[in-house]
Design a protein around this ligand. Structure first.
Ligand code: MN
Length: 419
């Protein structure tokens, strides 16, 4: 198995097979955001290496690494990005002395992750959120409309989604203030204004668009993955009581626009290639524009933990998998653009809450506690129906290979009280 000169434990998310991209600051970068890749417990500073001509053949434009975000890099031709990752593999190879044996160089281009601050890696133009887990849509449908009408008539024919809010997408570690808004109890005649009492997380994966399509054209379902730079973990925070009152007939609005958290590392499709698998069989058959020759997904293990002020160790409350989704990334992109809508470099598209069949695989508190009817019992003796102030939600994701993992790190955020 390919190894780096940097020691990487088998359960590390960042072996030499992964090499995800992110943006960070370190005391040595003097306040500037640099582009890096994660390797074991370290970050390799790609901006520094670019400035020192390590990539001048492959990517001569040094500004690409100095811009403080990944957008210019993402928009490079797919082959260039692929070759660039191969170049990084060579530089980090256990038998390559160039960085390994140069102590001065190592001090300038390798930093411990714990000494770095991660920055939102992409300037996000637009954010779209889908609703592509059949189990999630069914669970929510049963709770809101009853068993008979659980799935809406359109659900099996198209990937349902809505246009979200890009300005409030935040990096892991940023605290989330409990939102206020209008809510109305079924027993009341009029709505009230106040803090949301049913604050929830949604376990999702998101993907960033590398290069999009011109307005008036569409991306064909078989070309869609060419447009994807890589994946990240997404926590799509939701205020269920605000959502319940506002959502008809146009869908979620304020219930979702106050925060959406993403993990700092973007894992490329090249790194995920060994974990591809066939998508679930779809019946009824989708319309031709939604039917790829090969409809596939990825086997990515997903976990959600909760940490309260009284819990010392985060407690596992959900174990799901990206492969449980019904609609694939290809189908989401083909559907999004079929009208001629233009996707652009840096757009974020998210999967929707990823729930499985088993009750411990449900990807939101709404489902895990069945709208609060079955509170979660925590080892601290506490109970949770929805999230409380001071709670921290931690989501992690990884693909399990033979003796190594391709991981995404985590997205973690604490809930602050409303003010
Ligand atoms: Mn969502």
């Amino acid at each position: 198995m390919h190894k780096s000169f940097i020691p990487v434990s088998p359960d590390s998310h960042f072996p030499i097979q992964n090499l995800p991209f992110g943006v960070f600051k370190h005391i040595n970068t003097k306040g500037k955001a640099h582009i890096g890749t994660a390797i074991g417990e370290f970050i390799l500073d790609l901006t520094y290496l670019s400035d020192n001509n390590f990539f001048s053949v492959l990517i001569p434009d040094k500004e690409i690494f100095r811009s403080g975000n990944l957008n210019s890099f993402m928009s490079l031709d797919k082959e260039i990005r692929k070759n660039f990752r191969e170049k990084l593999k060579v530089l980090l190879d256990e038998n390559n002395p160039v960085i390994r044996d140069d102590k001065k160089l190592r001090e300038k281009c390798l930093y411990l992750q714990k000494d770095c601050e991660m920055i939102l890696p992409v300037k996000i133009g637009d954010y779209t959120d889908f609703y592509s887990s059949r189990e999630h849509a069914t669970n929510v449908g049963i709770m809101f409309r009853g068993k008979e009408n659980a799935l809406m008539p359109n659900w099996l024919h198209l990937p349902v989604g809505y246009h979200g809010r890009a300005s409030s997408v935040i990096i892991s570690g940023t605290k989330v203030k409990r939102p206020k808004g209008q809510t109305k109890a079924d027993t009341e005649e009029y709505p009230k204004f106040g803090e949301s009492k049913l604050l929830d997380f949604e376990l999702e994966m998101g993907y960033f668009i590398s290069s999009g399509n011109k307005l008036g054209t569409n991306i064909k379902v078989d070309d869609a993955l060419e447009k994807v730079f890589g994946l990240t973990i997404v926590n799509d925070w939701s205020a269920r009581d605000i959502q319940k009152w506002e959502y008809q007939p146009l869908g979620p609005f304020l219930a979702k626009n106050f925060a959406t958290s993403v993990s700092p590392w973007i894992v490329t499709l090249d790194a995920l290639e060994p974990f591809k698998k066939s998508n679930v069989e779809q019946s009824p058959e989708p319309l031709p524009y939604l039917k790829p020759k090969n409809n596939f997904t990825y086997d990515i293990i997903l976990e959600v933990y909760i940490k309260t002020k009284k819990l010392d160790i985060p407690y596992l409350i959900c174990k799901s998998n990206f492969k449980y989704l019904y609609w694939s990334i290809q189908q989401q992109i083909a559907h999004h653009t079929i009208t001629g809508c233009n996707l652009q470099t840096g757009d974020l598209l998210a999967s929707g809450t990823i729930s499985g069949i088993e009750p411990d695989s449900f990807g939101s508190m709404l489902e895990l506690t069945w709208r609060g009817e079955k509170p979660l019992k925590l080892p601290s003796g506490e109970e949770r129906k929805f999230l409380q102030d001071g709670d921290t939600v931690i989501m992690t994701a990884y693909c399990q290979g033979d003796g190594y993992r391709i991981g995404f790190g985590s997205v973690e955020s604490e809930i602050l009280p409303a003010v």
